[in-house]
Ligand binder design. Structure first.
Ligand code: FE
Length: 372
């Protein structure tokens, strides 16, 4: 197989990296649209750091803070309208996966007339507004991927726009914005990143290079799991800043993995859990990941052994036990729901899985994953 490595995003990381690199905004234009959710970027100080950096460079800015979690197609069209009406030169997206993915789609729709039917085609003219991304959770890796994942109400699922145009120009990684992130969000996003790294290794597009990144990302995330389990038993539920930094780095590295490989069966199965049952995206992946590893193990035991090796584990069961402790009590899922989800799953993501599950396999994995 021919592999093509492309990752054109400049990544600047470390404490106060925005403040110390405000000059970078100067090259991007005179007016910015800050895309974010309603609250978190204001609470964690990231929006303030961005605004101060822009002010210090004399760059005008406006804020679109209407991004909900699992942003809809109509939300990004609305954001693009704001970008057009205000003639902004570039986009700064701050937040978890939702504002970052919305910001990327807005950057595209601000300069191209794309109707809803063509939005997920990936075939666009060669123009987009430059994007700066600031993750405030450690999970999605969107800051280094060419994807924007949106909720498509018409298709009743989450869908990805994939285009090299969506690679951000710059990503700023500062884990101080995560210091007060609730523990459950920390866990769910860490599991999302873990799922990216693992699925990357279980993709037919995996290369030596993506596997090197994936193995290290898996190792780093699993290194933080004992702290997360411990924090679940404490009243303060704190994760120390060194571990926060490690999780952010691991999530960015896992993002570089899926930028090359895409996600596979676990994400495909997780999307209906999020769309129809409102289960958090990372949690949905976590519920399914162990069973998928067990499924792949039957045909590719060496590959699964390598993944478990990076986790410092020897059995899939050990992995399932750890992840179950992180996830706590599982949701109920009916056999009608399992039938529905198994039939409507996006086939495209299954096609890139090293071991491709059929509808019966998927049903079985859903059943096993939700067993109490
Ligand atoms: Fe994900």
């Amino acid at each position: 197989m021919v592999h093509n490595y492309y990752m054109p995003t400049r990544v600047i990381m470390g404490k106060d990296c925005i403040t110390q690199n405000s000059g970078i905004f100067k090259s991007l234009g005179k007016k910015a649209l800050i895309v974010t959710g309603a609250l978190s970027a204001k609470r964690n100080g990231s929006e303030k750091d961005i605004k101060n950096a822009l002010d210090s460079m004399g760059i005008d800015h406006i804020v679109f803070d209407q991004v909900m979690s699992n942003p809809t197609v109509s939300c990004v069209y609305e954001g693009a309208m704001v970008a057009r009406e205000n003639n902004v030169d570039f986009i700064i997206a701050i937040g978890g996966g939702s504002p970052m993915d919305a910001g990327k789609a807005i950057a595209l729709l601000a300069v191209q007339d794309i109707d809803e039917e063509s939005l997920f085609s990936g075939e666009f003219e060669n123009k987009v507004l430059p994007m700066v991304l600031v993750p405030t959770t450690a999970g999605t890796g969107s800051e280094v991927t060419p994807y924007s994942v949106l909720t498509n109400e018409k298709a009743q699922t989450k869908m990805s726009i994939a285009s090299d145009l969506l690679f951000p120009k710059v990503a700023f990684l500062d884990s101080k914005y995560m210091d007060d992130l609730p523990l459950i969000t920390t866990i769910n996003t860490a599991i999302d990143a873990l799922s990216h790294a693992v699925e990357g290794m279980l993709s037919i597009k995996a290369s030596t290079f993506s596997n090197v990144l994936a193995m290290e990302s898996i190792r780093m995330i699993m290194n933080c799991v004992p702290d997360m389990i411990q924090a679940l038993t404490e009243t303060e539920r704190l994760i120390d800043s060194a571990k926060r930094e490690e999780l952010l780095q691991a999530s960015f590295i896992a993002g570089m993995v899926i930028a090359q490989t895409g996600t596979t069966a676990v994400h495909a199965m997780g999307y209906p859990l999020t769309y129809f049952k409102d289960i958090d995206h990372g949690r949905a992946n976590g519920l399914l990941l162990g069973e998928y590893l067990r499924f792949v193990e039957k045909e590719q035991p060496d590959l699964v052994r390598r993944i478990l090796g990076a986790m410092n584990l020897s059995e899939v069961e050990q992995f399932k036990a750890l992840i179950n402790r992180l996830l706590g009590e599982k949701e109920e899922i009916s056999s009608e729901e399992i039938d529905h989800f198994s039939q409507t799953i996006q086939k495209k993501k299954l096609a890139t899985s090293v071991v491709k599950p059929n509808e019966e396999d998927i049903k079985e994995m859903f059943i096993q994953s939700f067993m109490k």
